[in-house]
Write a protein that binds this ligand. Structure first.
Ligand code: S3P
Length: 175
């Protein structure tokens, strides 16, 4: 099985932690869309947002998914907003299996509130902002694919769950 796996979901749901673990178990390459874009641009995401704007960042995310990464044997942790613009979910699905990481808003608040690298949270009231974005996007994330809860479960158990879903879905990918 060499179909790519795309992990989507809100900020702070554990996409990268889980993705790294699953990649290790599967012998796949692990890529984080934010880090790849930062590397290509030579700028942190916050600076891209500040200097080039969010729309440009979204275009870079699309470019990365279209032709910025290997077509096989990789696990991509997708930035939380990557799947939001119209057409992005279909694009991801055309390239591999899509699995959504999920956690309750209270957990996300704890995991993200004090981090400083997320430009969308550099506002006066990040909690309010997170709650708004979560409410806006929740429905969309639910439509992306199988949801895997990353709250209050050991990493190994989450990785095993993701692997099981991946194997089922990769078996029928492209059929
Ligand atoms: C964003 C999520 C971030 C990053 C950028 C925008 C979003 O990625 O791409 O700050 O719109 O939800 P993580 O989900 O890895 O934090």
């Amino acid at each position: 099985m060499d179909t790519n796996l795309y992990l989507v979901g809100f900020m702070g749901t554990g996409k990268s932690t889980v993705g790294r673990q699953v990649a290790r178990q599967m012998g796949f390459e692990f890529l984080d869309s934010d880090h790849e874009i930062e590397r290509q641009q030579g700028q942190p995401v916050s600076q891209i947002f500040a200097e080039q704007g969010e729309a440009k960042f979204r275009a870079l995310e699309r470019k990365f998914i279209e032709h910025g990464h290997p077509a096989k044997k990789c696990i991509v942790s997708c930035g939380g907003g990557l799947v939001v613009p119209p057409g992005m979910l279909e694009l991801l699905r055309s390239r591999g299996v899509v699995i959504c990481m999920h956690a309750p808003i209270e957990t996300i608040l704890k995991r993200t509130m004090h981090a400083t690298h997320r430009p969308l949270l550099q506002v006066e009231d990040p909690e309010q902002r997170l709650r708004e974005l979560y409410a806006q996007r929740e429905e969309l994330y639910r439509r992306t694919g199988t949801m895997v809860l990353t709250d209050k479960r050991p990493l190994r158990e989450i990785a095993t769950h993701v692997l099981r879903v991946y194997r089922q879905e990769a078996a029928s990918f492209g059929k």
